[in-house]
Design a protein around this ligand. Structure first.
Ligand SMILES: *Cc1c(COP(=O)(O)O)cnc(C)c1O
Length: 234
């Protein structure tokens, strides 16, 4: 199957750029992560040819076979899906960044495994900004203390925050959640916690990435707009 990725990408990049400029932001500060769950290795290769350099995967097993097949040259691989503690070892080996750290227990396990691999792994803290029961992520009220504790772990490097806001088919309804994540980032920055960087905001998907960019996203995770509608394989 052909994904028409080049055409899609041209359009998405233009939309990201326009959204950044509307908010007086430098478009170069917004990184596109292609959310490639369920996309075949051929689809991923097509995306690489079209100029994509970062992919986000959700499941360890799926990611492992794709990364083995597609490789790592000039590509960074991001774990954007929920991570179970017992899979931390694989996540550390496979990924260049983990967006979904949401508990001290998980952070400690990833830290331990990263130490064994002699890696310092960049991570984002996933925040459940709307407090939805169905979603993973730390609640905003507990985020500062979690960041403080993770900051002491030697093999993790905290780079910022990630969120999966509630789903609305209208981006304006999602915007307040993006704004809240940005506010939380500012609050954590004021704490001046040593050994962390609070520069990244991973937020925005196909339906709402322009609002996310306007509100300060530095990483947008886009799947459908690049690859088309996913087949339901899970
Ligand atoms: C699938 C997924 C995305 C991308 O979703 P689209 O709506 O297809 O752009 C972004 N983030 C996460 C965590 C995902 O699982």
């Amino acid at each position: 199957m052909s994904y028409k990725i080049q055409d899609n990408l041209t359009l998405i990049k233009a939309r990201i750029r326009a959204a950044a400029l509307r908010a007086n932001r430098d478009p170069a500060r917004v990184r596109l992560i292609a959310a490639s769950k369920t996309v075949s290795c051929d689809g991923i290769r097509e995306a690489v040819v079209a100029g994509i350099t970062a992919f986000g995967e959700n499941y360890i097993q799926e990611a492992r076979s794709k990364i083995e097949s597609v490789g790592r040259t000039d590509i960074s691989w991001h774990l954007i899906g929920h991570l179970q503690t017992n899979k931390a070892k694989y996540a550390v080996r496979l990924f260049d960044m983990i967006h979904s750290i949401d508990s001290l227990n998980l952070a400690r396990e990833v830290d331990k495994r990263a130490g064994k691999e002699k890696k310092v792994l960049p991570v984002l803290i996933q925040v459940n900004i709307a407090g939805e029961a169905s979603k993973s992520g730390i609640c905003p009220a507990d985020a500062i203390s979690l960041v403080r504790e993770i900051a002491t772990l030697e093999n993790l490097s905290v780079r910022g925050l990630m969120t999966m806001p509630p789903y609305f088919n209208e981006p304006e309804k999602v915007r307040p959640y993006f704004r809240e994540l940005k506010n939380l980032q500012a609050i954590i920055r004021k704490e001046k916690i040593p050994a962390i960087r609070m520069e990244e905001l991973s937020m925005g998907m196909t339906g709402d990435f322009e609002a996310a960019v306007e509100e300060g996203a530095t990483m947008v995770r886009i799947g459908t707009a690049i690859f088309g509608v996913r087949m339901q394989v899970r």
